[in-house]
Write a new protein. Structure first.
Length: 277
């Protein structure tokens, strides 16, 4: 019986890399699954957070629509507003996601994670994906509200798939950013204070409720460094029937958010052990 040839060094190295990547993905998904389980145990958080986007659409959107004070390029203002409020609800959920690791530190869970062989990057990305899943549930609530208000939503599978990816990507960016804040401030009180301070500037320094063309020059420059601007820009193109061309372009929107996620994940993975000190 012939003896099978031994794998060469290149083949062995390739198989080892595939094993490392598969292990990293599996551990990331395990952390994400743990985050999603919390949602099943306490779904009331999502319903309470649904009140804010409902008020923005039912009150603010209706009032500004009657005033005709915002130039939306021929798009009804309420239609223009829906992607912005969807992104806002994602932001408000994701930016407070970092408080979970402060609770985990107090319960001793973080120390167990740090003592395990799980890569720090998998811990960070798993929490980011968990935040993205929570954001998807919130997005469904906003879309239902939009349909009830008569907003024309695109139902093409490719557009919906792109919107889902963009929602998860944006939520992952802000979730990872919140983890960095939590690792720096280390207390619930400081974290909540900083989270409250950051959310409104991020929201108003974006194209969520008005186009960037209406901004003063200095604010327009700031908006180009705001990840929320790119998320809203892409969601308008992907979700709204008859929407004008995105100001940035879908490729730029996805590339910017992906790049931001990579950078924030690297930073968060490096400082993640700080939360235990």
């Amino acid at each position: 019986m012939p003896i099978p040839p031994r794998p060469g060094p290149l083949q062995a190295g390739s198989a080892e890399r595939r094993g490392v990547i598969a292990g990293f993905v599996a551990k990331t998904l395990a952390i994400a699954d743990m985050e999603v389980r919390r949602l099943r145990h306490d779904p009331t958080e999502l319903f309470t957070r649904a009140l804010q986007p409902a008020l923005w659409l039912l009150v603010f959107g209706q009032v500004i629509s009657r005033g005709h004070v915002v130039d939306t390029g021929g798009l009804p203002y309420l239609h223009f507003l829906v992607p912005g409020i969807l992104a806002q609800s994602v932001l408000f959920i994701a930016i407070f996601n970092g408080i979970s690791i402060i609770w985990e530190r107090d319960l001793g869970i973080v120390h167990k994670f740090l003592a395990s062989p799980t890569p720090r990057g998998a811990l960070v990305l798993g929490k980011a994906l968990g935040g993205g899943t929570r954001a998807l549930v919130q997005a469904i609530v906003v879309v239902i509200l939009a349909l009830l208000l008569g907003v024309d939503i695109r139902w093409e599978p490719l557009a919906l798939g792109g919107a889902v990816l963009l929602i998860v990507l944006g939520a992952a960016v802000f979730s990872t950013f919140s983890l960095i804040i939590a690792c720096i401030v280390k207390t619930r009180e400081r974290f909540m204070g900083i989270g409250q301070v950051l959310t409104m500037p991020l929201f108003f320094a974006s194209n969520a409720i008005y186009p960037t063309s209406m901004m003063p020059p200095w604010l327009r420059v700031v908006s180009h460094f705001n990840p929320l601007t790119y998320q809203v820009d892409g969601l308008r193109e992907l979700l709204l029937a008859g929407a004008p061309m995105p100001a940035m372009g879908l490729f730029t929107d996805f590339a910017t958010l992906t790049g931001a996620l990579v950078v924030l994940t690297i930073v968060s993975a490096r400082i993640y052990p700080n939360i235990a000190r």
